[in-house]
Design a protein around this ligand. Structure first.
Ligand code: AMP
Length: 188
């Protein structure tokens, strides 16, 4: 089973992905995480992408696509994936389609966690009171939210035309969202 999950920073994508990975015994592919590891391990790729990533720009499709193929082609992961942070543009959509075809797989469902900007702001101010996380700056968060929504729009529209898209109301409790996702997956 292969799932793609979309949702702006603060929508609870990580929490829901962890739940899906455990419950359905599939693997998470988070391109952001994979790329950060490359930098941390000072690999050849890590050195190439360091400055791009630091400035918040997207890493070249060629690099990301190659990393994805290395994982998708590995028999160890044949149970399937939840893709988080990928695909980010229509070229990546195409590449993922071709790749899954090559390995006799397909996308089963695309989830979009929908959360308003007001809710994201509220979550951040609550977290600041509790944890004082230095990266939880409201201004940065608003910018990231808007960029995310804008850049993923064509990708999400594409999956909508394939009838694969399920929009989940991310304003509710973690448990309620868990339950809705389980119900959707049961119907696949
Ligand atoms: P994320 O953790 O998904 O917010 O990604 C963090 C950073 O990793 C992004 O700002 C990009 O520089 C890079 N990145 C993550 N996923 C991709 C992708 N699919 N294509 C290109 N760059 C990506």
């Amino acid at each position: 089973m292969n799932i793609i999950i979309f949702g702006p920073p603060g929508a609870g994508k990580g929490t829901q992905s962890n739940f899906i990975v455990k419950k359905y015994n599939i693997f998470q592919i988070s391109t952001g995480k994979i790329l950060r590891e490359e930098i941390k391990n000072k690999t050849e790729i890590g050195q190439k992408i360091y400055s791009l990533m630091s400035s918040g720009s997207l890493v070249e499709d060629k690099i990301v696509n190659k990393l994805i193929e290395d994982i998708v082609s590995n028999k160890k992961y044949e149970n399937g994936f939840i893709f988080d942070g990928y695909p980010r543009n229509l070229d990546q959509v195409n590449n993922l389609g071709n790749l899954l075809n090559k390995y006799n797989q397909k996308i089963d469902i695309v989830l979009k966690l929908s959360v308003s900007l007001e809710t994201i702001k509220k979550r951040i101010s609550e977290r600041q009171l509790l944890e004082k996380r230095p990266d939880d700056n409201e201004e940065i968060a608003i910018k990231r939210y808007k960029t995310y929504e804008k850049s993923t729009e064509p990708v999400i529209e594409f999956y909508k035309t394939l009838n694969l898209l399920k929009v989940i109301d991310g304003e509710r409790s973690i448990d309620q969202i868990n339950k809705e996702i389980s119900d959707i997956i049961t119907l696949i």
